[in-house]
Design a protein around this ligand. Sequence first.
Ligand SMILES: [Zn+2]
Ligand SMILES: [Zn+2]
Length: 225
Amino acid sequence: MFKYETHLHTREASACASASGAEQAARYKELGYDGIIVTDHFFNGNCTAEIRDATDPAEKIALFCKGYENAKAEGDRIGLKVFFGWEYCYNGADLLTYGLDKDWLLRNPDVCAISVFDYCRRVHRDGGYIVHAHPFREAGYLNEIRLLPQWTDAVEAYNCGNSSRDMDARASWYAQQYGKPVTAGTDNHHLTADPISGVFTEAPLMTVQDYINAVANREVGLVIP
Ligand SMILES: [Zn+2]
Ligand SMILES: [Zn+2]
């Protein structure tokens, strides 16, 4: 069995995170995980002020990828897979986006200037995969629940950052209603994060595409702490 974190932030790119990419990689290695997917808050979410204020697209993207790159360098050193993704924000609907890379960001500098629907179209056109993170979370920073079943591929049915398990139960119900695959993630921002979630697989994941295929084919188990 192989274990992966699917939802994780780094302080290099997420304003609300305190752990660096390298620290996150080291911690998951210690916890016995086989890999992590770095999903920092995107340009339209809670990214760092430095990223938000950067006007040159190449510089903005370089700053955004730092957390992933630092985690990847550490992962390569210690033997932990590190994959890239991000958490796109649409007024409270958080869309974990997997399968696209830094080059894709460089080729799509207008990605936050287009509508969420055009964003989803473009992500799918280019082979990306969208998991709706904690769709039923209720928190002070969220004004409403927004569901986008026709635009998303899978549902995060367990998230350690949800303040009540009812929110996960509703997410599972939602996924079931629409016949969507499910994932689980910690939404880890800090080295103190506890408990830790994620997914497990029978076969090792060598690329983020392997992760996408495993989710789409319903070959992942959920790590429910
Ligand atoms: Zn955050
Ligand atoms: Zn998150």
